[in-house]
Design a protein around this ligand. Structure first.
Ligand code: GTP
Ligand code: MG
Length: 151
């Protein structure tokens, strides 16, 4: 089953939005298969955001991601990568629709409270960067047959 790396950034943690954000993924029907809280080093933040290293905001972004605890998670479910990004909303909260996490809970692009993988390759790379294989769980839940209609 498809998996995505989702992280609550230091602003989301400091603002007390951990449960709110987890709840939105959980209520949708996605399954939490890994979670931990860590303060990334700046070097680690630079690895996570390596695709953006030429952007003018890269240094500030990496300083910010390493400025406090981040809740790192792996969520599993059909279409979780693409639909997870829908739940999260547009990068700039000024452009995120109401009803999305950033639309409802954030105001500026540099403090948009959550990260989500943007495709299957980045999901794989980010999960491998943030988690050891033994930190990822495999389990089935009774809800799945009701979420997916499987017998
Ligand atoms: P992530 O899920 O965090 O990767 O966001 P995203 O995929 O919606 O956007 P992208 O990967 O392009 O940018 C990563 C992060 O850099 C964003 O979430 C923002 O926090 C930050 N960022 C992107 N564009 C800007 C910008 O124009 N200015 C500033 N200050 N930050 C930006
Ligand atoms: Mg991104």
């Amino acid at each position: 089953m498809e998996r995505s790396f989702i992280a609550i950034k230091p602003d989301g943690v400091q603002r007390g939005l951990i449960a709110e954000i987890i709840s939105r993924f959980e209520r949708k029907g996605f399954k939490l298969v890994a979670i931990k809280i860590v303060i990334p080093t700046k070097d680690f933040a630079q690895k996570h955001y390596h695709d953006l290293k030429e952007r003018p905001f890269f240094n500030g972004l990496c300083d910010f991601l390493s400025s406090g605890p981040v809740v790192a998670m792996v969520w599993e479910g059909e279409g979780v990568i693409k639909y997870g990004r829908k739940l999260i909303g547009a990068t700039d909260p000024q452009k995120s629709e109401p009803g999305t996490i950033r639309g409802d809970l954030a105001v500026v692009v540099g403090r948009n409270i959550i990260h989500g993988s943007d495709g299957p390759e980045t999901a794989k790379d980010e999960i491998n960067l943030w988690f050891k294989p033994e930190e990822l769980t495999n389990y089935s839940s009774n809800a799945e047959k009701w979420i997916y209609g499987l017998n």
